[in-house]
Ligand binder design. Structure first.
Ligand SMILES: [Zn+2]
Length: 174
């Protein structure tokens, strides 16, 4: 079980030269771009990184991440627990080595002044690993439940202007 926290920045050339491995946690609430896309998250992302130099002399990072996220259901917008995981292969590039020189197998990551912004890299990978759409099971989705119990008075906590509700009314008018 991982307990250590990963630093926000690392010196990737040094780590690659020593073929070092890092494993640790990053708080999900640090990822602002992720929050903009799918709402605020809590808990940790688990991250494993292997730094190295391949036969062609390219400095690379093999990585894996895993996290449990609360993603909005596409139907009712209520959060739904979803596990995401991703394996990735990164090639380090600096401003003077072009990302285009990397083979297609590697995603470029920018190293500036010998520093790699690990927080940004992990957030990018996490965003890439998001599923396109998530739905509750019919039985657990509020929209489906409402459809089944149509005719009953709506719950007082129900938001007045649910965009999906509006959409359904529009569709019904066709
Ligand atoms: Zn739902």
């Amino acid at each position: 079980m991982l307990t250590t926290r990963l630093p926000d920045k690392v010196e990737p050339y040094r780590l690659a030269a020593r073929a070092e491995r890092l494993a640790g946690l990053m708080s999900l609430d640090r990822f602002e771009r992720l929050a903009e896309q799918v709402g605020a998250q809590s808990g940790d992302c688990r991250v494993w990184l292997e730094f190295g130099i391949d036969a062609q002399g390219r400095r690379e990072i093999r990585g894996r991440l895993e996290a449990e996220l609360q993603l909005p259901c596409r139907r009712c917008l209520e959060p739904l627990a979803q596990s995401v995981a991703s394996d990735f292969l990164l090639g380090m590039v600096t401003s003077d080595t072009l990302a285009a020189d990397l083979p297609g197998t590697h995603e470029p990551v920018l190293v500036e002044n010998e520093q790699l912004n690990l927080l940004e890299v992990v957030e990018d990978e996490l965003i890439l690993s998001l599923p396109q759409v998530v739905y509750h099971d019919e039985a657990h989705c509020r929209v489906s439940r409402d459809q089944l119990s149509s005719g009953e008075a709506p719950e007082p906590s129900e938001p007045a202007a649910n965009p999906f509700e509006v959409l359904r009314h529009l569709k019904g008018k066709k």
